[in-house]
Design a binder for this molecule. Structure first.
Ligand code: BGC
Length: 716
């Protein structure tokens, strides 16, 4: 008998092992979350739905270090402490010492400019790896707010003006982060389109237009990246705070079936009742008026105002997000970084992101025969500029400058990351003499420029969270560029900007590169593009206007000079921003208003030439465009063909894109299928999507509004 019993139990064990204990322990993230929540006390549940901002936490518990967020775990149930770090462009470390190494990717707009989800994935995977090694399991990454407002101080964290491009890149980056068994957020849900008055602004928009623009970007990214958490924004949307916005949360959770949790932005919660609308977790409670999801929530549960089932749902969503991403099974453990290897990822991204805006007479790539090169301005002797705020990454060896007076008081200064373009140019310039001139005396610099064989002017625009920017380059840099390029027409301008800027001097220099904030290895990336070791292939993810008058709102709403305040009774009074352009954001707006931007969305030159031929468009389930791209120049290069479609009476939409590497003379026939979500229309009255139908004009080319091939397709 005992032998039989033993045999039976072994057989049961074998079944359990091969099925992963299917019978005994829940295996799906849903079942694991439900089982864990069933074992929690009410206090344990409440502890999971509100988190700290460690910098302001009094009596810090053990395990809390100075980063963005901390929520104690439940060790008896195997739920680790939630250690949250900002990570839009790298593991942010503004609050810690300069010895805290971290690798900085180029800015979000730069990642978008690669038009390459594989590069976005690699960048995310790199950040996630560093985060694990630094002991973080939740990254506050995934900024996907559309660039509706080119002056938005946080555009550098975002991914451009088009929902398909932004959603695709955000999804890939989030997937890369989460491949490290940690959670990434996606943020800021939704319409945090300007920093001016971000705590008091009410974004007013037609709900259907919102679906076809900003929400579409979120939806595409959530489907592709499956982020464990969504961060709601500070601002109001159509009268309701984004963090207590039932209609927005219903779209996310009911219409899209999102199963993870919604965390608030830091200081974005205004009541415990926000839980009833769909907010699952209060973050950085020290920044709210009170810790609403602590005692007030407990009181509401006791009085029955908030049902216990609601709390269970909130906690289940949190634990689901952790379980689905391996946070419960793969505890993070701090360990040594390999910043050299990680720098390679950052450099590749920067090299793929730099956009060649102008190249008259093929002045670029630089001939190694130039004997006497003058490098001007932009602190090119020190490093490359980066954007300020919570996403700030401060690699070892960075230099801090005093920020301008309009910067928020809590900011950490203007950080130049330690990758000197000047040093990198010298390294590649052969035996040429490379001289540096800070550009502080334009007349003297112009005199020096006149004597040089070639001049490279670095022009920088700093942007930061908490403020918006002017589109005019600061500190007289327009005049400097004009003076230098007038003195020496063989002038190359390298822009390091947070987003689009005005270029009133555009006719003067021979060449212009947009290098964005190029990250930890930005100097090397810029030099390699200048000397042709890398053929530029970046494309603009945002239109560059000729002037502010071309924008839907020529003047920014609110008072950009008012200091930021989390308290709506202090700071500037509440105001509305009317997004009357609706879904006609960016290039769609230019088409609608028949205006010509300075540089179009999708635009970017190469050191080689490409030609397009043989477009065939077919309809059916979706539009399909087949065409051939040929490298008709003399160098290997990468082209980014873009397919746009316009339904009757509607503006262009980017419906697909790809990157194709071609050797000289090589051609490739490409088929791009339109993403049906971009072609569909949202019926606001019926609150549902109407699939694309009818005749669509299809254009193929290297930028919006640059239709090299045209065709049409019908969807029945
Ligand atoms: C920002 C978020 C950030 C959070 C935590 C907020 O001010 O808007 O993007 O994740 O702070 O640092």
């Amino acid at each position: 008998m005992p032998r039989t019993r033993h045999a039976v139990s072994l057989a049961a064990l074998a079944v359990a092992l091969t099925t992963g204990h299917a019978a005994a322990a829940p295996t799906t993230p849903e079942a694991r979350a439900a089982a864990l929540v069933a074992r929690m006390t009410t206090d344990e549940k409440i502890a999971l739905v509100h988190g700290h901002f460690p910098m302001f936490t009094k009596g810090k518990p053990a395990g809390m270090t100075l980063h963005a967020g901390y929520i104690p775990g439940i060790p008896r149930l195997g739920i680790p402490d939630l250690q949250e770090s900002d990570a839009s462009l790298g593991v942010a470390n503004a609050g810690r010492g300069p010895t805290d190494d971290a690798t900085s990717l180029p800015s979000g707009l730069a990642l978008a400019a690669t038009f390459d989800p594989e590069i976005a994935y690699a960048g995310g995977a790199m950040i996630g790896k560093e985060a694990r090694q630094k002991g973080y399991n939740i990254l506050l990454a995934g900024g996907v707010n559309l660039v509706r407002e080119p002056r938005n101080g946080r555009n550098f964290e975002y991914l451009g003006e088009d929902p398909l491009l932004a959603g695709t890149q955000a999804g890939a980056s989030i997937k890369g982060i989460q491949s490290n068994h940690i959670v990434s957020t996606i943020k800021h849900y939704a319409l945090n389109a300007q920093e001016t008055g971000r705590h008091v602004a009410n974004a007013v928009i037609d709900p259907a237009a919102l679906q076809e623009s900003d929400l579409l970007a979120f939806h595409i990214a959530i489907e592709a990246g499956r982020p464990g958490s969504v961060m709601c924004a500070y601002n109001k949307v159509n009268g309701l705070y984004a963090c207590e916005n039932g209609p927005l949360f219903d779209i996310l959770k009911k219409d899209w079936g999102y199963k993870g949790w919604v965390m608030s932005d830091w200081g974005a919660v205004h009541s415990a009742e926000a839980a009833l609308t769909g907010l699952d977790q209060e973050s950085g409670q020290e920044l709210d008026k009170q810790a609403y999801f602590d005692a007030p929530l407990k009181a509401d549960l006791a009085s029955g105002k908030i049902p216990m089932a609601k709390l269970d749902e909130m906690v289940t969503r949190i634990v689901y997000g952790l379980a689905a991403n391996g946070v419960l099974d793969h505890p993070v453990a701090a360990g040594g970084l390999d910043t050299a290897a990680e720098g390679v990822v950052a450099q590749r991204a920067a090299e793929s992101a730099i956009v060649l805006l102008k190249n008259t007479g093929d002045v670029l790539p630089l001939a190694k025969s130039a004997r006497n090169i003058l490098v001007v301005g932009g602190h090119a002797d020190i490093g490359v500029l980066s954007g300020g705020g919570s996403s700030q990454v401060v690699p070892v060896g960075s230099t801090k400058f005093k920020p301008p007076s309009w910067a928020p008081s809590w900011g950490g200064g203007m950080i130049y990351q330690p990758s000197s373009p000047l040093a990198a140019i010298r390294a590649l310039a052969g035996g040429a003499t490379v001289t540096y001139d800070a550009g502080t005396d334009p007349a003297a610099t112009a005199a020096a420029a006149a004597k040089a064989d070639l001049v490279i002017v670095f022009a920088a625009q700093w942007a930061t969270e908490g403020s918006d920017v002017s589109l005019t380059l600061p500190d007289g840099q327009d005049a400097l560029i004009t003076a230098v390029a007038t003195a020496n027409p063989k002038t190359v301008v390298v822009l390091e900007t947070g987003g689009p800027v005005l270029t009133p001097w555009i006719d003067k220099p021979a060449a212009v590169l947009e290098a964005w904030y190029p990250g930890s290895r930005g100097g090397e990336a810029i030099a390699r593009v200048l000397f042709g070791e890398v053929n530029p292939s970046g494309r603009l993810p945002v239109s560059f206007p000729t002037s502010e008058a071309q924008l839907p709102r020529p003047k920014l709403d609110g008072d950009p000079t008012a200091p930021e305040s989390l308290d709506p009774t202090k700071g500037q009074p509440p105001f509305d921003v009317h997004y009357t352009e609706g879904a006609e954001v960016g290039y769609r707006w230019y088409e609608k208003t028949a205006a010509k931007p300075q540089f179009s969305f999708g635009y970017g030159l190469s050191y080689t030439r490409f030609s397009y031929s043989g477009l065939k468009v077919s309809g059916g389930k979706t539009l399909r465009a087949t065409f051939t791209v040929t490298n008709s120049g003399k160098r290997a290069g990468i082209e980014t063909p873009q397919v746009y479609a316009a339904g009757e009476g509607r503006t262009l939409r980017l419906v697909g894109f790809t990157r194709v590497a071609l050797k000289p003379g090589e051609r490739r026939t490409i088929t791009i299928e339109a993403d049906p979500r971009v072609l569909a229309t949202f019926d606001g009255a019926a609150h549902r999507w109407r699939p694309a139908k009818g005749r669509y004009a299809v254009t193929v080319g290297p930028a919006a509004g640059q239709a090299v091939l045209t065709g049409a397709g019908v969807l029945p």
